[in-house]
Design a protein around this ligand. Structure first.
Ligand code: CP
Ligand code: NVA
Length: 307
């Protein structure tokens, strides 16, 4: 029997596996690998894109999604994370979970009899990063040799994107205010996983010649008490039209969303001609469908031509 594969971050997939998932993301009529089966989608935090894209991905694979809010099942309040995973695995082929503490996912994966997929934790957002690579591929044609410049907080989204970029042969640059970049341990982990990360403190230097400029909120879910301080600390790190002009002439703007116009991005950028954020949001569903498909049937060579 093959080992169960959990996807808690992008580097749980090899470069070859990630490429396979990206190929399958372009297949509009996937195999019905979830026919008669369920997928549990557990949320400790709010979600629009992730909940809807994963639910519809399961439907497209002929399965039945069951979304669960934390107040209904109560990880570590009503029941331990381990017991929740054991129980959901009795009914479902895959467990997706969005949690505050990444360690909860590791505890669930340690006992789960079915794959556990991270739907966002404080540390990582792998489904976002897979959808982001798909978007860059659609926009640029190819991934190797491309550069994505991330301006803002070195958070869950940035970390998974750095890993995904590295796996696809792309360079990742990040400009963050002092104290908000990747610390040395984090950078060492990213580099050890094959990421090509350059840390800068100047947004203009970071975006120079980049193919894509990316940002995320300055205050992530769970950090609300720090919001006022972060607003002050991130001054000067807004993605403005002037900053976009410093990137490559063909550069596009990306954001995982939700966005705060006037903070991490100017309205003129996110609502402007270089923005690809809606295409990016749509790609979340294609990425989720491809990953769930691969988890159910990882044998390479199944991908069919898209034309
Ligand atoms: N980008 C993203 O994960 O959005 P949601 O928080 O709405 O799921
Ligand atoms: N960094 C953000 C991403 C939301 C999709 C957060 O964790 O809240």
């Amino acid at each position: 029997m093959s080992a169960i594969r959990h996807v808690l971050d992008v580097d749980d997939l090899s470069a070859v596996e990630l490429a396979e998932v990206l190929s399958r993301a372009q297949v509009a009529d996937p195999d019905r690998v979830l026919e008669g089966r369920g997928v549990a989608l557990y949320f400790q935090k709010p979600s629009a894109r992730t909940r809807h894209s994963t639910e519809m991905a399961v439907v497209q694979l002929a399965g039945h999604p069951v979304s669960v809010a934390d107040h209904e099942a109560g990880i570590d309040t009503r029941e331990s994370a381990e017991d929740v995973a054991r129980v959901l695995g009795c009914y479902h082929a895959i467990i997706g979970a969005r949690v505050f503490d990444h360690a909860i996912l590791e505890r669930m994966a340690a006992v789960s009899t079915v794959p556990v997929v991270n739907l966002l934790s404080d540390r990582a957002h792998p489904l976002q990063a897979i959808g982001d690579l798909l978007t860059v591929q659609q926009v640029c044609g190819t991934l190797p040799g491309r550069t994505v410049a991330y301006v803002g907080d070195a958070n869950n989204v940035a970390s998974s994107l750095a890993l995904a970029a590295g796996s696809a042969g792309m360079a990742f640059r990040i400009a963050a205010p002092a104290g908000y970049g990747f610390d040395d341990d984090h950078l060492a982990r990213l580099h050890a996983a094959g990421a090509d990360v350059t840390s800068l403190d100047d947004p203009i230097a970071a975006v120079r010649g980049a193919d894509a400029v990316y940002t995320d909120v300055w205050t992530s879910m769970g950090q609300e008490a720090e919001a006022a301080q972060r607003l002050r600390d991130f001054a000067g790190f807004t993605v403005t039209p002037e900053l976009m002009d410093a990137a490559a002439p063909h550069a596009v703007f990306l954001h995982c969303l939700p966005a705060r116009r006037g903070e991490e991005v100017a309205a003129a950028v996110i609502d402007g001609p270089r923005s690809r954020v809606w295409q990016q949001a749509a790609n979340r569903m294609h990425a989720a469908r491809a990953l769930f498909w691969w988890l159910m049937d990882p044998i390479p060579g199944l991908v069919r031509a898209t034309e």
